[in-house]
Write a protein that binds this ligand. Structure first.
Ligand code: B4P
Length: 184
């Protein structure tokens, strides 16, 4: 089972992906976490990704592809996975599609979590990660609207998209996602 958690920064993709991966017994790949870990370990990928993550820009597609291919080749991913924060561009969506075709798999659902911008800004300022400062958050939202949101039409046309309301408690949002995955 391959599930994509989709949405603007701070809608709760990472929060929900952790819980879903546990409940469904499948792996969780957060490209954001992978970059933060590479940055803190000062790996070559981390050194390349740092300036993009710090300024709220998208990391170039070829670096993202490398990290995703490596992760998905491990045995943890054999039962399936939750993709959190990937794909974020049309090039990444095409790369994912090619990768899954190659192993005879397909995305089951793309779950789009929706939250209004003012709540997003409040949540992220409260969290206070190094990229959670007001001008970087605004830039991340702009990048999302320009480069990532167009994928909604792409996945809707494939019949994969389901949208759920990301406002409410973490448990409420999680139940909505589980209901959407069960098709209720
Ligand atoms: P990510 O790590 O993906 O971060 P995000 O979009 O900001 O967070 P997410 O939506 O997961 O929010 P979370 O659950 O944490 O990206 C960071 C950077 O990495 C990007 O800007 C980019 O530079 C780079 N990157 C990552 N993937 C990339 C890709 N594919 N291509 C290129 N670049 C890439 O929730 C946020 C906060 O809300 C938390 O504090 C949480 O506790 C809180 N929260 C969650 N649910 C809540 C709820 N229901 N109620 C109240 N608060 C809630």
């Amino acid at each position: 089972m391959i599930i994509v958690l989709f949405g603007a920064p701070g809608v709760g993709k990472g929060t929900q992906a952790d819980i879903l991966a546990q409940k469904l017994g499948i792996a969780h790949l957060s490209t954001g976490d992978a970059f933060r870990s590479a940055i803190s370990n000062r790996t070559p990928v981390g050194l390349q990704a740092k300036e993009y993550v710090d300024s709220g820009k998208l990391v170039p597609d070829e670096i993202v592809a490398r990290i995703v291919e490596e992760a998905m080749a491990t045995s943890d991913f054999s039962k399936g996975c939750i993709l959190d924060g990937f794909p974020r561009t049309r090039t990444q969506a095409d790369a994912l599609s090619a990768l899954l075709d190659h192993v005879g798999r397909d995305i089951e659902r793309v779950v789009n979590i929706t939250v209004d911008d003012s709540t997003i800004v409040r949540r992220l300022l409260q969290r206070g990660r190094t990229d959670d400062v007001e001008d970087v958050i605004q830039h991340r939202l702009d990048v999302y609207n320009q480069e990532t949101a167009p994928l909604l039409d792409y996945y809707a046309a494939k019949g994969k998209l389901v949208s759920i309301d990301g406002l409410g408690t973490v448990e409420e949002v999680n139940q909505r996602i589980l209901d959407a995955l069960r098709g209720t």
